[in-house]
Write a protein that binds this ligand. Sequence first.
Ligand SMILES: N[C@@H](CCC(=O)N[C@@H](CS)C(=O)NCC(=O)O)C(=O)O
Length: 228
Amino acid sequence: MIDLYYWTTPNGHKITIFLEEADLPYRLIPVDITKGAQFEEEFLDISPNNKIPAIVDHEPEGSAGPISVFESGAILLYLATKTDRFLPEDLYHRTQVLEWLFWQVAGLGPMLGQNHHFSQYAPEPIPYAIERYRKETERLYGVLDNRLAGQTYIDDHYSIADMACYPWIVPHEKQGIDLNDFPNLKKWFETIASHPAVQRAYARAEEIDSNSVMDDQAKAILFGQGRR
Ligand SMILES: N[C@@H](CCC(=O)N[C@@H](CS)C(=O)NCC(=O)O)C(=O)O
């Protein structure tokens, strides 16, 4: 059994998508990051960067004890290796998938996150920052759109690269993006949205009472962190 330490955010959805696609049994453990649950000792032991997602695989084959993993890219890689699914064995395609997985965790996620922060949450509008991240978001959408020209998925087959990118495209409207401007990406987005496993993954999010508003206390917790 796998425990998934989770909140209903794009990085959390990546992992429920994998687990549903691979039909692996798992237990959701909500970590309400708007209330500071990410700073509890038990969670920090697993995820020292105080961020979801993280997993604990309690009975991994070939290991003397449980294995915990933090960082969504590392988790996807772990799960793909464990199940031998959604990551090609062939060196060429494996490298392609890993390139785009790393592109997502190092670029798409952080930049879209900053876009969201400065357009929705900053206490005062900072036009330079809003413009900087809006343009970077458009650039990244363009890069992915180009990659998807003539392809159903990011690589030849559906992979952990698609699972990593898709949840970040779901809030495209909040990011100021019109998907019609990125036709290859739009087609890919609709294909993945139609996967029953992806729909099940988002349905799991509904089980969690995540209606906690981004009030001043939540903002202070999430955006006011210094060294602990
Ligand atoms: N690079 C990390 C990013 C994870 C991340 O940013 N998680 C956010 C939610 S999407 C979080 O837990 N934030 C809590 C905090 O910053 O205290 C990953 O890919 O797993």
